[in-house]
Ligand binder design. Structure first.
Ligand code: ATP
Ligand code: MG
Length: 761
């Protein structure tokens, strides 16, 4: 054994070490959060390399996110004391699938320059398919079909394999047929969707045993992280590859299975030893990540699930801080309070990199983003509505996609008349028809139209200019740096100009985003590499490299860890999410609870749970009740902290109000169902002050706008009034919104407070 080996192995506990050193035959590590599963995988790779059992490119390692892949690469490098270069096959199912498909594209009927469609493109293409079949998109929405197709692909079902019963659901039994048409269109466009990145290689392996054989020879060791979340397609893909080598090591945790809604099958982990006979199963129980209270809270919560194997988790450090639970008046206040807490942590020397905000739904992110921008607090967003999904970025990307792959008709369609150049629907229709008739890509069809007599002079001139521009740009691809190319494309196409001339409020931001896009291309060697990166890497975003707070969804947070984790929005309907409850009942609830477990177990030292009493969902104010998950946290491990002074002061703080009734659940909501709490209070106590009852809101939905114009509690204070607040001191009212005031405090600055907590100064 090489000298270095002793170092990396000595840091492991005996079970972990056993898992690392069991190199022959199938291995399953089944263990709870933070027990070192990923560490085992990483060390195992280092071990294999150190012993010289395989070369870096002979190891297949599958992680759940690109971020996880990057981290694994770095960690292996650190363990070996040298860069783990040449680990070409370390990545997500999708990135590895892409790599395989590019190498054998022609066998799959594609050119190796194929484009990867995102959801948006997918929908657009399905709309075309539906239109061509004269199917009413209103009655049978493309989105619904997209959902069905994704589902089939997750289960590795080609159109011909779709069970008859399931295809019934769409357009009078035409689901499978439309799926087939969609696949045909994809091929014509030289494009694939995400599902194809797995499905096509599976088909390839099945149809071309020689190709599969090649990979069997190559992959001496296979490792899979987060095995509990593999779907059927991923499972089949693995099975096919694993036939070559039985050295397959999978690690996972049934309690962290959170992708059931996307077709993940936790059964894969449960039947591992049947699928891979002779498999060794190792269990790990020591949790090295979280302090005691956090771990207890998480274990206690997940124990409410019935469908689980059940595992013991033992903390390895002190009890540490209790999990805190705090409430806010509304989501804006929640974001402000969390922002303040983060600033406080920062001023005490905590690194922002070690702080994460994990949301249940991506719409929750915006409020944090806005707050952090106001505070000047650096942050990065991972997942959710991303930089690359903004309209101007999509437009710019569409130009680049056509430059890189002239067959990309969807991209061409997106920008043919953006900016407006007189190529309206009529011209577009001509191009599309020509493309269909001649079976050539849109750009080529455009070229033919320009050469022919069918176009009117004006669109003809415009189209000619566009086609020539694309020819010019295509010639630059390998000759100028990518960012320079992008800059020229955006300039010469008139796209930048379009936003420069735009008078709307967001135009400036869009121009900045475009600049950011050009900047983001700099590190890439070539255009295709960049485009691929964008379609695959969902977590590349601003803030990388800088010390910054991370904002992401709970789903994206799997496998990661932070010193401090904020968990906002623990409210019924949001978390557990209503849709999960409606669609999947008890199973849905259990998956939500696993998500809560994942959230809590991301924290090393501080887990801070929040809920808001009012939240704006899809533009409507809803009053909400605290999540049932809060009640499932053990009291001994939780601190219910004081309400923000702005709202709590007047009636003794939420600690009192909530402490007494365990998050307000003691109140019989049924009886208050029709009357939101604050309105009840207002009725009983007079209009001027909503009083303490204001904090107690029932599960009633209130449309904020309606409330504001009709029966909203009106504040007795007027703009310009001088007021005094216990915490913030004296100030002047600058805005009145129902019973909420925006006050410019002399010392504390602008704050929004409820009027009952200030008095006339
Ligand atoms: P998850 O289920 O959340 O993915 P995991 O089981 O993969 O968790 P790791 O991320 O590998 O757990 O490890 C959690 C933390 O514990 C990491 O910071 C890791 O470095 C640390 N750790 C793991 N094993 C040990 C050990 N034997 N000694 C000290 N620290 C350890
Ligand atoms: Mg892990």
């Amino acid at each position: 054994r090489p000298a270095a080996a002793a170092d990396y192995l000595s840091g492991l506990n005996p079970e972990q070490r056993e898992a690392v050193e069991t190199l022959d035959g199938p291995l399953l590590v089944l263990a709870g959060a933070g027990t070192g599963k990923t560490r085992v995988l990483t060390t195992r790779i280092a071990h294999i390399l150190a012993l010289g059992l395989a070369r870096p490119y002979e190891i297949l390692a599958v992680t759940f996110t690109n971020k996880a892949a990057r981290e694994m690469r770095e960690r292996v490098g650190k363990l070996l004391g040298q860069a783990a270069e040449g680990m070409q096959w370390l990545g997500t199912f999708h990135s590895i699938g892409t790599r395989i498909l590019r190498r054998h594209a022609e066998l799959a009927g594609l050119a190796s320059s194929f484009t990867i469609l995102d959801t948006d493109d997918q929908i657009r293409l399905l709309k075309q398919v539906l239109a061509a079949e004269n199917i009413d998109d209103k009655r049978w929405p493309a989105r619904q079909l997209a959902f069905a197709i994704d589902g089939w692909k997750n289960r590795a079902l080609a159109p011909k394999d779709v069970p008859a019963g399931e295809a019934q659901g769409f357009a009078n039994g035409r689901g499978a047929e439309l799926y087939a048409l969609y696949q045909a269109r994809l091929k014509q466009l030289n494009a694939v969707d995400f599902g194809d990145l797995l499905l096509e290689p599976i088909k390839l392996f099945r149809d071309h045993p020689d190709v599969l054989e090649q990979y069997h020879r190559r992959f001496r060791y296979m490792l899979v992280d987060e095995y509990q979340d593999t779907n059927v397609a991923q499972y089949l893909w693995l099975r096919l590859l694993a036939r070559g080598s039985t050295n397959l090591a999978c690690v996972g945790d049934d309690d962290q299975s959170i992708y059931g809604w996307r077709g993940a099958e936790v059964e894969n982990i449960l039947r591992f030893d049947r699928d891979f006979p002779g498999a060794k199963v190792v269990r790990l129980e020591r949790n090295y990540r979280s302090t005691g209270h956090i771990l207890n809270a998480a274990s206690h919560l997940i124990a409410h699930n019935q469908g689980r194997l059940g595992k013991t988790l033992k903390p390895q450090t002190e009890l540490g801080d209790k999990v805190t639970v705090a409430g806010a008046w509304d989501s804006g206040e929640e974001a402000r309070q969390i922002g303040d807490e983060i600033e406080a942590l920062q001023s005490k020397g905590h690194k922002l990199d070690e702080i994460a905000i994990l949301v249940r739904a991506s719409f929750q992110m915006r409020e944090f983003e806005e707050r952090f921008i106001t505070l000047g607090l650096p942050y990065r967003v991972i997942g959710g509505p991303r930089f690359y999904e903004r309209a101007e970025i999509r437009d710019a990307m569409a130009y680049l996609r056509v430059v890189a792959s002239p067959a990309d008709g969807l991209a061409f369609e997106r920008i043919v008349n953006t900016p407006k150049r007189g190529l309206g629907d009529a011209a577009l229709k001509q191009i599309t028809e020509r493309s269909r008739a001649d079976e050539v890509p849109m750009l080529e069809a455009a070229r033919r139209l320009v050469a022919g007599p069918d176009l009117k002079p004006k669109p003809k001139a415009a189209l000619k200019e566009l086609v020539q521009a694309f020819d010019r740009w295509a010639a630059l691809v390998d000759n100028v740096p990518q960012s320079e190319l992008a800059e020229r494309v955006l300039e010469e196409s008139g796209y930048t100009d379009m936003w420069t001339k735009d008078r709307s409020a967001e135009a400036q931001g869009r121009l900045e985003n475009l600049k950011e896009l050009v900047r983001s291309m700099e590190p890439f060697e070539n255009l295709r590499g960049f485009l691929e990166h964008v379609s695959l890497v969902m977590d590349a975003d601003a803030g990388r490299g800088e010390d910054a707070v991370t904002i992401m969804t709970l789903h994206a947070a799997k496998g990661l860890e932070y010193d401090t984790v904020f968990l906002p929005g623990w409210e019924e309907g949001l978390f557990p999410h209503q849709r999960a409850l409606d669609e999947s009942g008890r199973a849905g609830l259990e998956e939500e609870r696993r998500l809560a477990y994942v959230g809590l177990t991301r924290a090393r030292r501080r887990a801070k749970v929040w809920f808001a009493s009012n939240r704006r969902i899809h533009g409507l104010w809803q009053s909400s009740i605290p999540s049932r998950f809060l009640d499932e946290l053990p009291e001994a491990d939780v601190d219910v902290i004081e309400a923000p002074a702005a709202y709590g002061g007047a009636y003794g703080g939420m600690g009192g109000a909530y402490g007494a009734s365990r998050f307000d659940k003691a109140e019989p909501f049924a009886s208050t169902y029709d009357t939101p709490g604050w309105r009840r209070a207002q009725e009983s106590r007079g209009a001027a002050s909503p009083g303490p009852g204001a904090r107690r809101s029932g599960p009633m939905t209130i449309e904020g706008e309606l409330v504001a114009s009709s029966s909203a509690p009106r504040s007795a204070f007027k703009e310009g009034a001088r007021v005094f607040h216990q915490k913030f001191g004296n100030g002047t009212v600058v805005e009145v919104d129902g019973n909420k005031l925006t006050v410019a405090f002399d010392k504390a600055g602008h704050k929004r407070v409820v009027d009952s907590f200030v008095k006339a100064a």
